[in-house]
Design a protein around this ligand. Structure first.
Ligand code: PMP
Length: 405
């Protein structure tokens, strides 16, 4: 009965890293990688994560029992504080239902399933995502059987936010639409709204009764400042939307990629409703993963709940974000200096986070791969963390080579 199963296309991201691994040229550079790399192009276990790991290993009686369906209690409350701020009225009033999830992807998926099940039938039930979208947003939403649409986000000519069109789209899509927003460090473009632009986005969305669904995959990793990177979410939260969702990932900011550590938060206007929502999310969780994985949540919880470790974490975050900022500057100045191209590559330093939209076209990306052994995705997105002091000059030479600058 299964003989007709067609071959599915390879995931483009995983295909890119396979091509990189198969390349035997010693000069090869991986700018596709979706994870932080240190200055030696190696994965980095954060020192504070190593410490938490040691503490856990030395904890007597630690066992492998199931966690509760919603997840590890002290992890859930610490995660709420991290997203909404310790003094948030949302926490004081118990107006948020939180579930531990399979990292950010699981949080997005649980949120999408929850919305599909409970968003009123009378509404369009359409989720609007940025154009261009994060590569997995549409597949996740479609898997949960939600309809989707786009809001304009990026202007290729200026390599910056398409703010006017973004705002006017939010004004014209049907009321009660669901809008998926990147909390910071937009993937793939690296372009974020300013605080004043966020205020306008929030006010239009409030007026039009749209439901904000934040994807927060880079808190603390984007700017090195956990509060600054949560600013947009906290601003929206302060406006008391009837409902607001946050998919939170600890993959990047703790380097816990493979441990699949995240949370979904659903904020409402009253505690009693939050309780009912929590009970329904537990039902969805039970059939999907039954209970969440323990190890990453224990690591995160150990750090989040210890003031000393929390401070160390902040300094580790600065190490990562600082190195990324340094590499953005280095690549820009190598490309511009002495070549009469002042300002031509300013988007490299204006964008934030791990990803950067270079503006290189698919043909240039192909040449980079075939002639220079430099690997990036076809849309010209560079993972800045693939750059280091050992390869940035070579990459600048390669970019200069394919752009004729
Ligand atoms: N959203 C965005 C925007 C991302 O960049 C990522 C990671 N690449 C995720 C969600 C989810 O990642 P994870 O499931 O590993 O937390």
């Amino acid at each position: 009965p299964l003989a007709g199963v067609p071959q599915a296309p390879k995931d483009p991201m995983f295909g890119l890293s396979a091509a990189y691994r198969a390349d035997t040229d010693p000069k090869k550079v991986d700018l596709g990688v979706g994870a932080y790399r240190d200055n030696n192009a190696k994965p980095w276990v954060m020192p504070v994560v190593k410490k938490a790991d040691e503490i856990l290993r030395q904890t007597p009686d630690l066992n492998h029992e199931y966690l509760p369906i919603a997840g590890l209690n002290e992890y859930l409350s610490a995660s709420q504080q991290l997203v909404f701020g310790e003094d948030s009225p949302i926490l004081k009033d118990h107006r948020v239902a939180t579930m531990q999830t399979i990292s950010g992807t699981g949080a997005l998926h649980l949120g999408a399933r929850f919305l599909h099940k409970f968003f009123p039938e009378s509404e369009a039930k359409r989720v609007y995502v940025s154009s261009p979208p994060y590569v997995n947003h549409l597949p996740i939403l479609h898997d949960a059987r939600l309809e989707t649409g786009f809001y304009p986000y990026y202007t290729p000519t200026t390599k910056s936010l398409d703010f006017e069109n973004l705002l006017s789209t939010l004004e014209t899509i049907p009321r009660n639409s669901i809008v998926l927003l990147h909390a910071c460090a937009h993937n793939p473009t690296g372009v974020d709204p300013t605080q004043s632009q966020w205020r306008q986005i929030a006010s239009v969305m409030r007026e039009r009764h749209h439901l904000p669904f934040f994807d927060s995959a880079y808190q603390g990793f984007a700017s090195g400042d956990l509060d600054a990177d949560a600013w947009a979410i906290r601003h929206f939260a302060s406006l008391d939307f009837p409902a607001l969702l946050v998919a939170q990932s600890y993959a990047k900011n703790f380097g816990l990629y493979g441990e699949r550590t995240g949370c979904l938060h659903v904020v409402t206007q009253e505690a009693e409703l939050a309780g009912r929502i929590g009970s329904q999310m537990e039902k969805l969780q039970r059939v999907n993963i039954s209970t969440p994985p323990a190890y990453g949540a224990r690591i995160a919880s150990t750090i989040l709940n210890s003031p000393a470790l929390f401070a160390e974490w902040q300094s580790d975050l600065k190490t990562m974000s600082g190195r990324i900022v340094e590499m953005r500057k280095a690549l820009r100045s190598l490309l511009e200096n002495g070549k009469g191209g002042e300002g031509k590559w300013k988007h490299l330093t204006e964008q934030t986070g791990m990803f950067c939209y270079t503006g290189l076209d698919p043909e240039q990306v192909r040449q980079l791969r075939e002639q220079w052994h430099v690997y990036l995705t076809g849309d010209g997105r560079v993972s800045v963390s693939g750059l280091n002091w050992g390869n940035v000059r070579y990459v600048a030479e390669a970019f200069g080579g394919v752009t004729g600058k």
